[in-house]
Design a protein around this ligand. Structure first.
Ligand code: SF4
Length: 347
């Protein structure tokens, strides 16, 4: 393993930290690790918009308040004009990336996706498309009878820039089979990311806590990400957030903000090979988002000109770019625009 700014801790050491350290001492260690990786007092962010091209989904995850089952009232697929209008509005607001995700629509085939990407590339060549989480790729590959590599190659050729790390939830099959029994298992999620990285598509990695998992499931998740990152180096960032139970079919105690901050700090210490950790103000609100910058996070995520999935669970935090920058300054850092790959974005 190459030399790193922070030293590697084992799973046993991580377990001992979780069990033996209070939230503040964990946070202090994580912030020291953050400063070792990013000594400059800068917090990055991106100006983008989440666009859900469809909410029709055959998967039916128990924690999801967003989807409509095929045939259920309220389902939609964005038309090409609606999609173009949303992207044009994003550009007018200073955005330069869209996060494009849907449900698993049983009637949308690969040509729908490649056509959507091609029209975006033709109409908005300056807008990066961060799109399609691993479960969508697995669903599409299965439906089309193609390999993961074939689907990703087609999408990349049509204009896909990078992959979001959605659909990871907890990368431990006992939890997945309880909360999202129709979604791809952990091995398949990791397999899509491995293939994407091999093809030169970088990605983020996510984690949702509060799904009834234990620290052992969380450590399994973090270990799987760290192991893959050792092989590919393709993850740009890790983004944990908390399950929002509103309007969902899952009844579990909600993870507190303290639990979130503890997990965030542990992640910074464990994921020595993933350079960036995002604060989740979308689920935690701006104040906990600011606190997260002292618990291992060095990135404030996205302005999220539009966000539908968390909003469907009844959580509506919104930040204009000016407000996001003000929060970062108030927390003691310099805000800096970035691209998906964390290169600096001027302007
Ligand atoms: S989380 Fe995604 S895959 Fe699961 S039901 Fe919702 S839209 Fe479908």
């Amino acid at each position: 393993m190459p030399d790193r700014a922070i030293s590697r801790i084992s799973v046993d050491e991580a377990r001992a930290l979780w069990g033996g350290e209070d939230v503040f001492s964990l946070g202090k260690k994580a912030h020291a690790a953050r400063l070792a990786l990013h000594p400059e007092p800068v917090v990055t962010y991106i100006v983008d918009r989440n666009i859900n091209y469809t909410n029709i989904c055959a998967c039916g995850c128990r924690f999801c308040a967003f989807f409509k089952a095929p045939g259920q009232p309220g389902g939609y697929v964005l038309s090409a004009t609606e999609l173009a209008d949303k992207v044009a509005e994003t550009v007018a607001l200073g955005g330069y990336q869209i996060l494009l995700q849907g449900g698993m629509h049983p009637d949308l085939h690969l040509d729908f996706y490649t056509g959507m990407l091609a029209s975006l590339r033709a109409g908005f060549p300056g807008v990066a498309v961060h799109g399609f989480s691993p479960p969508e790729i697995v669903f599409l590959a299965t439906m089309e009878g193609l390999s993961i590599a074939e689907v990703l190659t087609e999408l990349k050729a049509a204009g896909l820039t990078s992959l979001p790390g959605g659909g990871a939830e907890i990368l431990s099959d006992p939890i997945r089979s309880r909360v999202s029994p129709n979604k791809c298992p952990a091995d398949a999620w990791i397999g899509v990311m491995a293939e994407a990285h091999r093809l030169g598509l970088r990605s983020t990695a996510t984690m949702v806590i509060g799904l009834g998992e234990t620290i052992e499931h969380r450590l399994e998740h973090l270990s799987r990400l760290r192991d893959l990152q050792d092989q590919t180096g393709g993850f740009t960032a890790f983004i944990p957030w908390t399950f929002q139970p509103g309007n969902t079919a899952l009844t579990v105690p909600e993870a507190s903000s303290w639990e979130y901050l503890r997990l965030l700090a542990l992640s910074r210490l464990f994921l020595d090979n993933i350079p960036n950790i995002q604060a989740s103000w979308v689920t935690q609100g701006p104040m906990v988002g600011q606190m997260a910058l002292y618990f291992g996070a060095n990135d404030f995520g996205s302005t999220m000109i539009e966000e539908n999935v968390v909003a469907a669970a009844g959580v509506h935090f919104r930040l204009e770019e000016d407000e996001l920058r003000r929060l970062v300054v108030k927390a003691g850092f310099e805000p800096l625009r970035r691209n998906m790959d964390y290169t600096r974005r001027d302007g």
